[in-house]
Design a protein around this ligand. Structure first.
Ligand SMILES: [Zn+2]
Length: 358
């Protein structure tokens, strides 16, 4: 498990576009631990390349995706983990060393998407169908030793999903985000609700609204920024500015994708008594400060939604039911990631494609 955790050093300038020396690799690394009272800092550098083990398969990363989650990790989400951490929750790649994958039938060179939640496979939760909530789980790009913003990752074969030929890397790399969006909609049970809203301005908000509309044509996106409403328009989704929604409290379901105290409070105000609020945002420093009396008196149901299974998302992307191309704000190289991460907070910036290798 700790394969990639050893020495970290910064590469000499000028070699950033070159191949790493064998035994090491380039990666986007977060240093600084909240436990030690340090604020996190993100840098491009060189780190020991993870090796295969009986439990992990080596995957060469081809494309990664910068999402709002990467920004939150850079801001300190998951800083309880000891030692430097590689960023990147969303990646696609090819199986490089399949020794541990032989039982799963994935040959060297197989194109794969990687689920970021690494479970133990043996605990009670794993056996009980709750592997994503495994008591010993780690998450790539978060608190696992590996992350997708690197030349290689080592993951259990159970985390790999082979990609169909017709699905290119640029679309497949959205699988993790789309799976989160689908999970949020599933947890909300959007199909039976007349008034359902997704509240948010980020990548997950738009994807969740796209999925929600498939199951319920009346579902809408409520956002703050004009740029988000324009994208909703482009996807043919009903939309409304949050400032214009008033305080009717008439929604049966509101899915909040930002995960801040303010947006959760806004979501609780939008639902009717006994309505449902889905907390689907994963963010740093999201301490709860909602108006609990309102939730109590109006008997509002609050539910969480986290990562979902990848297979359904990959199927939707392959069949082009969902086309995430308009959500790519920029295409960048691995060494540019630390510089652009703050830009993920800009309105209208939903995701950036990171070309890691060919
Ligand atoms: Zn487990």
């Amino acid at each position: 498990m700790n394969d990639a955790r050893s020495t970290v050093d910064t590469p000499t300038s000028g070699n950033t576009g070159s191949r790493s020396l064998s035994g090491s690799m380039h990666a986007v690394i977060r240093r600084g631990s909240a436990a030690a009272g340090e604020s996190p800092r993100v840098e491009f550098g060189s780190i020991a390349r993870p090796t295969t083990s009986p439990s992990r398969v080596l995957v060469r990363v081809t494309t990664a995706l910068l999402t709002p989650l990467e920004r939150e990790v850079a801001r300190g989400l998951g800083t309880d983990a000891a030692g430097p951490r590689v960023l990147g929750t969303s990646l696609v790649g090819v199986v490089e060393d399949p020794s541990a994958a032989s039982s799963s039938g994935l040959a060297r060179g197989t194109r794969v998407a990687v689920h970021p939640v690494v479970s133990c496979g043996v605990c009670e939760r794993c056996h009980g169908g709750l592997a994503l909530h495994c008591a010993a789980r780690t998450i790539l790009g978060f608190d696992d030793a590996c992350g997708g913003l690197a030349e290689f990752v080592a993951v259990p074969s159970a985390n790999l999903v082979a990609l169909p030929k017709e699905l290119d890397d640029d679309r497949a790399v959205f699988a993790v985000s789309l799976a989160r969006a689908m999970q949020a909609v599933r947890r909300g049970g959007v199909e039976g609700k007349t008034f359902a809203s997704v509240l948010g301005d980020d990548l997950i908000a738009i994807l969740a609204a796209v999925v929600a509309v498939e199951e319920n044509p009346l579902a809408r996106l409520v956002a703050v920024h004009e740029s988000t409403l324009r994208i909703a328009e482009q996807f043919g989704i009903r939309h409304r500015a949050l400032q214009e929604t008033g305080r009717r409290g008439d929604q049966e379901l509101v899915i909040d994708t930002a995960g801040s105290a303010e947006t959760l409070l806004a979501a609780a105000r939008m639902v009717r008594p006994r309505g449902h609020v889905i907390a689907a945002g994963v963010s740093a420093r999201a301490t709860v400060a909602v108006e609990l009396s309102h939730i109590a008196l109006d008997e509002i149901e609050l539910r969480g939604a986290g990562f979902g299974p990848l297979a359904g998302a990959i199927d939707r992307l392959a069949r082009r039911v969902v086309d995430p191309s308009p959500l790519v704000s920029r295409r960048i190289a691995l060494q540019d990631v630390p510089r652009v991460i703050p830009n993920l907070a800009e309105p209208g910036t939903f995701a950036m494609l990171v070309q890691v290798s060919r």
